[in-house]
Structures are given as C-alpha cells and as structure tokens.
Design a protein around this ligand. Structure first.
Ligand code: CU
Length: 113
C-alpha cells in the first residue's frame, strides 16, 4: 500500500513587530539657557536685517566686552530664543548673545528698542 505522506507546512506565525522606542536625542538648542551661558551673555543694540531658519543677519553695535567691532553678520538664533514682542526685519533691537558649547555666540534673546 502506498502511503502518501503529507507534509504539513507550519504556518509561520508572524510575531508582532517590536515598536522602536522614540529616543529624545540630545538637542542642545532646545535646552534652556544654562547659568553658564547667562553668565557670559553680552548685550548689544542691532538692526535686524533678516531672520531666517535658525539664523539672523544683524548689524550690531560694537561689543567691547568681547572685542567685537560694529559689523553686519549672521548669528545663530537659538531655538528657544526669547523674542520679546513682534520683531520684523529692519527693526532696531537689543540682542542678548550667549556663548554656546562650541564657543560661538548665538542670539539668546531679542527685544525691540
Ligand atoms: Cu559681529
């Protein structure tokens, strides 16, 4: 007698995919300003020429504390920068510059004059 054997294929049960946990990366631009940054902060008057994505072009007064002459330059704009009021391009403002971990100054706050 011929015996037919049937091979039962096991249905592979798919396991539920493990959902990857979303890790919050360390993004220092989101962190509140540290006391260290506040300590090294300098203020200057400036005209805002343009505000872009994470950067602002300003024409600032001399900043003797850090040896900067008056100049027009791009400065990083901190993501958590305090914009004290509606500030538009062409406005005269006072900038607070804070020193980042990389030693570069960035705009920590802008207030209209
Ligand atoms: Cu400058």
């Amino acid at each position: 007698m011929k015996i037919l054997t049937a091979t039962l294929g096991l249905l592979a049960l798919s396991t539920a995919p493990v959902l990857a946990q979303m890790n919050n990366g360390m993004d220092h631009s989101n962190m509140p300003m540290s006391s260290e940054q506040m300590e090294g902060a300098v203020h200057t008057r400036a005209v805002v020429n343009s505000i872009g994505d994470g950067t602002a072009n300003v024409s600032h007064d001399p900043i003797p504390e850090i040896g900067w002459p008056a100049m027009t330059m791009d400065l990083p704009l901190l993501e958590n920068a305090e914009m004290m009021g509606a500030i538009s391009e062409g406005d005269e403002v006072t900038l607070m510059l804070v020193k980042g971990a990389d030693g570069m100054y960035a705009i920590g706050s802008m207030m209209p004059n």
